[in-house]
Design a protein around this ligand. Structure first.
Ligand SMILES: C[C@](O)(C(=O)O)[C@H](CC(=O)O)C(=O)O
Ligand SMILES: [Mg+2]
Length: 303
């Protein structure tokens, strides 16, 4: 009921333990606080909070328009309702290295378990698009060093993302990745790898956990958990999957209402009233006030 039972410190420790296990872990992108509950109920390992989704949800493209306060607040709303560790997309860190330091401390206060910081500069773009603006190695490593030094909880995960593969060779990308690890990155997010062998090369090059971004309609094929585990990947994110799926469903139901004059033909695809109440733990609120849940949810479509 209300917020998660686990504290941010516990969630960060659990994240560290799950990464130390060497097993591959899946982090679907939570689209809203409630969708984080669904991710937890379906027994995923953690929750990812996508910068693209937060920007798109505000009606913006993912070009670095969202502010630290907006992202931290929304990410905090998502993180606090789940017992799973939540990792947030810090984009370019919201400014200069000193701003990056503040970003980390804000995220710690908002209960996040970790974040990733990338080496683009604004206007940034989705890592799977061409012609990205990239900072040099010195700036990229300064951001990571500032992030690592700023945290107060040593279990807060600092992940370095590099977008270099979009404009450079795999070799140069791996050189940068090694420098990012030397600068203090606890994990690596190699963006827009072209195939499985590239993921494998990155995993072989470093001793820290490596993340694979399985975003749809991007440059990387949608590999399975087994395929990614076999090349040494530790974490998979599905960043925009729930947003794309729910918007697809929204289009479907709006078309149904527009064409038939009622949503009736779409109701069997909806989450039922009972399931929705389950997700918000409605019944548990009776512990405070037995007058809260003293009704029957109608039978129709409740299963
Ligand atoms: C992972 C990502 O940074 C995000 O914001 O979710 C995006 C996802 C996407 O645009 O598909 C990315 O740059 O890959
Ligand atoms: Mg992003």
């Amino acid at each position: 009921m209300l917020y998660a039972q686990k504290t941010p410190a516990q969630k960060r420790l659990e994240l560290r333990k799950m990464l130390a296990s060497g097993d591959i872990k899946q982090f679907p992108g939570a689209y809203t606080p409630l969708s984080a509950r669904l991710i937890e109920e379906k027994k995923f390992d953690g929750v990812y909070i996508s910068g693209a989704v937060l920007a798109n949800e505000l009606g913006f493209p993912d070009v670095g328009l969202t502010t630290l306060s907006e992202v931290a607040q929304r990410a905090g709303q998502i993180a606090r309702v789940t017992n799973l560790p939540a990792i947030v997309d810090a984009d370019t860190g919201f400014g200069e290295p000193m701003n990056v330091a503040r970003t980390i401390q804000e995220f710690e206060e908002y209960g996040l378990a970790g974040c990733h910081i990338e080496d683009q500069f604004n206007p940034k773009r989705c890592g799977h698009l061409d012609n990205k603006n990239m900072v040099d190695l010195e700036t990229a490593t300064k951001r990571i060093r500032a992030a690592a030094e700023a945290r107060r909880d040593s279990n807060f995960l600092i992940m370095a993302r590099t977008d270099l593969r979009g404009i450079s060779s795999l070799e140069e990308t791996i050189d940068r990745i090694k420098a990012l690890v030397d600068a203090g990155a606890d994990a690596i997010f190699p963006e827009a790898m072209k195939d499985l062998s590239e993921f494998e090369a990155v995993c072989n090059a470093v001793d820290v956990p490596v993340l694979a971004n399985m975003t749809e309609f991007g440059k990387s094929e949608l590999f399975t958990k087994e395929q990614l585990a076999a090349v040494g990947i530790n974490m998979i994110i599905y960043p925009v999957t729930l947003l794309r799926s729910s918007l697809g469903a929204m289009e479907g139901v709006l078309d149904t209402i527009a064409s038939t004059g009622t949503q009736e033909g779409y109701v069997d695809k909806m989450l039922t009233r009972a399931r929705l109440y389950d997700l918000v733990d409605y019944e548990a609120y009776n512990q405070f006030d037995t007058g809260i849940f003293n009704f029957e949810v109608p039978d129709r479509f409740t299963s």
